[in-house]
Design a protein around this ligand. Structure first.
Ligand code: FE2
Length: 555
C-alpha cells in the first residue's frame, strides 16, 4: 500500500504522476500548469506539476514510499552540455532542486529507461491480458529509438531495441526536421503535416528520397543503418532548393510522401513483428510517433492485430506515467487495469468558478443538458469546463469547445474565431451506442475513447456531419463516448441526438491560439469575455455575456 511518485527528465512534455495503493490519483503535465505551449521546455522539469500534486495530496516527494524516475540519463548527458541552450541556468537550478529533494527522501528510488516508461504507460493502461508493446520516438538520453516488449499479465519485458547508434534511424525525426521547411515548429506541428498530406499527390522522386533516409530491412527488425540526422537536414535543404516548399501544392506533395513513407515503413515493420509473435493479437503503442492518427488507422486496418491501444499521453507525458506505474508494480500494488478515462488533472469548485464569474457582467442560467443541447442545435459555440482536466494532448470533454457538426463552413468559422490555423478537420465526439452506424469501426474502440485513431465515415453520414469529416478521404478522428466513463459528454450527445437525430458533435480543445488547454477558471471566463465562445458551460451554471444593443456595441 504505497505512495508512489513518477517523475521524468525527457526533452519535453515534463509531467508528474502520483499513484497511491495502485490507483492513479493525478497525472499532470508541466506545460498546462505553467501556461506555456513550448515544444522544448528545457529546464522546467522541476515541475510545477509536481509542486501542484504535492499541494493537492499533502504528500511531498520526499515522503513518498517509492519514486520512479524515467529517462534519468538525460540529466547526465545534458547537464554539462547546456551552455548554448536557452533556459540553461534555470534548467540547472531546477534539476539540482529536484535531485536534492530526491536525495532527501527516504523513498525507494527507482530508475527506468525512457522506452520502458513509454511501454509501461501503454501496456499497463490498456486492459489487455496479453499484448505486444511497441514504443517509438525521436530518441532520448539512452539513445534508443524504440522497443518491442511482450506483456503477459503483470509481466512486461523487452525483446528488441531500436538503437540509435548501431542499427536504426528514426521515422519521427524525419518529421521533426521537416517542420521548419513547412513554416512549422518541430515537436509541435507534425500533425499539420499529416493534415496537409491528404491534399498532396504521389511523386516517385519524393518517395524514393524518404526511402533512402529510412527503409525497413525485413527480417532484421532494424531500420536503414546508413543515414544520420544531418542527412535528414541535408535532404530537406535539397528539397527546398528544388522549390518544393514554395507552393501549397508542393508542400502538400512532400507531406503526402512523408505520410505514405511512414505508413509503408510501419506496415512492413509491424507485419514482421506480428509474424514473429503470432500468439499476440493485441498491440499497445506509445511514443511521439503514435500521435499520427492516420498511421494508427492504417495499422489498425492491417488485419494483423485485433485491437490496438495508443496511450492517451502518447508523447513524453508517458515517461512520468510509466515510471510511476513501474514503481507501483515494484511496490506490489499495481493490478491489471484498463484506463477508463483520462480525467487525471485538477478540478475547481463552484466557489472558485463564481469568484471568476463575478469579475464580469454575465448572464447565468442553471446547468441543464436540454438547454445545452438546444444551444448547440442553434449553432452556438459552447466552451465546456467541468470536472478534472485531461491527461495528454487531447480535450476529451472536460476542457472542450463544442459545436454542431452539421455545417460545412464550420472549419473556416472556427479557425477564424479561435485564431487557429487547423489543417486537419476538427474531431467528432460520438455516442458509443451509435459509433458503429456512423464509422467503419474495425476494433480498437477503447483507444478511440481517447481520440487516438481515425476511422472511415460511412457514406450515408458524410454529408450529415461535414464539419468533422476529412473532405479528401472521408475519415474522421472520433472520440467514442461512453456513459459510464464520460457521463457529461454522453448526456450532452444524448440530449442533442433527441432534438437533431444526430449523435455526433464537434469537439476541439478549449484554449486560444498557441496556448495549452485551459486549466484555471480565470482562463475560461476570459475566453468568454473575449468572444472565443458564445456560452461557457460549467456544472455550476451556463454563462454568457449580457448582449448589448448595436448602438452601444459600436461605441
Ligand atoms: Fe519519447
Amino acid at each position: 500500500m504505497a505512495k508512489v511518485y513518477g517523475v521524468g527528465f525527457p526533452f519535453h512534455n515534463h509531467s508528474s504522476v502520483y499513484i497511491e495503493n495502485g490507483k492513479i490519483i493525478y497525472a499532470i503535465e508541466d506545460d498546462k500548469m505553467m501556461r506555456t505551449k513550448t515544444p522544448w521546455i528545457w529546464g522546467w522539469t522541476s515541475g510545477t506539476s509536481l509542486n501542484a500534486i504535492e499541494d493537492a495530496t499533502g504528500v511531498l516527494l520526499e515522503d513518498a514510499d517509492y519514486i520512479g524516475i524515467g529517462d534519468f540519463n538525460l540529466v547526465h548527458s545534458y547537464y554539462n552540455s547546456f551552455n548554448v541552450r536557452e533556459y540553461n541556468e534555470q534548467y540547472k537550478k531546477d534539476i539540482v532542486n529536484q535531485l536534492l529533494k530526491i536525495k532527501k527522501s527516504t523513498a525507494k528510488v527507482l530508475y527506468y529507461p525512457h522506452h520502458d516508461c513509454h511501454a509501461a504507460a501503454a501496456y499497463y493502461l490498456s486492459g489487455f491480458e496479453k499484448a505486444l508493446v511497441v514504443s517509438m520516438d525521436g530518441g532520448n538520453g539512452e539513445h534508443e529509438l524504440g522497443t518491442i516488449q511482450l506483456g503477459n499479465g503483470l509481466d512486461m519485458h523487452r525483446v528488441h531495441t531500436l538503437d540509435m547508434h548501431t542499427n536504426s534511424n528514426s521515422l519521427a525525426t524525419i518529421w521533426y526536421y521537416s517542420c521548419p521547411k513547412f513554416g512549422f515548429v518541430g515537436n509541435k506541428d507534425e500533425g499539420k503535416i499529416m493534415g496537409m498530406a491528404g491534399h498532396g499527390n504521389y511523386n516517385e522522386r519524393l518517395m524514393n528520397g524518404f526511402r533512402s533516409l529510412v527503409t525497413y530491412n525485413k527480417g532484421h527488425l532494424t531500420f536503414s543503418p546508413t543515414t544520420h540526422d544531418y542527412l535528414y537536414e541535408w535532404f530537406f535543404d535539397q528539397l527546398e532548393r528544388e522549390g518544393w516548399f514554395e507552393t501549397e501544392q508542393g508542400k502538400a506533395d512532400v507531406a503526402f510522401a512523408m505520410q505514405s513513407h511512414l505508413e509503408e515503413t510501419m506496415v512492413q515493420y509491424l507485419a514482421d513483428v506480428a509474424e514473429r509473435y503470432p500468439d499476440y493479437r493485441n498491440i499497445c503503442f506509445a511514443g511521439g510517433l503514435f500521435a499520427n492518427v492516420k498511421m494508427n488507422q492504417i495499422i489498425n486496418e492491417m488485419g494483423c492485430f485485433d485491437n490496438i491501444f495508443v496511450t492517451p499521453g502518447m508523447g513524453d507525458e508517458s515517461i512520468a506515467m510509466g515510471a510511476a506505474i513501474l514503481a507501483s508494480l515494484e511496490a506490489g500494488d499495481w493490478k491489471p487495469y484498463k484506463l477508463e478515462n483520462a480525467f487525471l488533472g485538477f478540478s475547481y469548485n463552484g466557489d472558485q468558478i463564481e469568484a471568476e464569474a463575478a469579475k464580469y457582467d454575465l448572464t447565468k442560467i442553471d446547468f441543464d443538458y436540454k438547454v445545452v443541447a438546444e444551444l448547440l442545435n442553434e449553432g452556438k459555440i459552447l466552451g465546456l469546463y467541468q470536472g478534472r482536466f485531461e491527461w495528454g494532448p487531447r480535450a476529451l470533454g472536460s476542457r472542450s469547445i463544442m459545436v454542431r457538426a452539421t455545417d460545412p463552413g464550420t472549419h473556416e468559422m472556427l479557425n477564424e474565431r479561435l485564431k487557429r490555423n487547423e489543417i486537419m478537420p476538427f474531431a467528432p465526439f460520438v455516442m458509443g451506442e451509435e459509433a458503429h452506424n456512423i464509422f467503419h469501426i474495425e476494433g480498437s474502440e477503447h483507444t478511440a475513447e481517447f481520440m487516438t485513431i481515425c476511422y472511415t465515415c460511412k457514406d450515408e453520414w458524410i454529408e450529415k456531419i461535414p464539419a468533422v469529416i476529412h473532405r479528401v478521404d472521408n475519415t474522421g478522428r472520433p472520440q467514442i463516448v461512453r456513459k459510464h466513463s464520460n457521463s457529461v459528454f454522453w448526456n450532452i450527445l444524448n440530449e442533442y441526438n433527441k432534438i437533431s437525430g444526430i449523435p455526433v458533435l464537434l469537439n476541439t480543445s478549449f484554449n486560444a491560439h498557441g496556448e495549452p488547454i485551459n486549466v484555471y477558471p480565470d482562463q475560461v471566463f476570459k475566453h468568454l469575455d473575449d468572444g472565443v465562445v458564445d456560452y461557457l458551460v460549467t456544472e455550476y451554471g451556463i454563462y454568457s455575456k449580457i448582449e448589448k444593443n448595436e448602438d452601444e456595441s459600436n461605441d
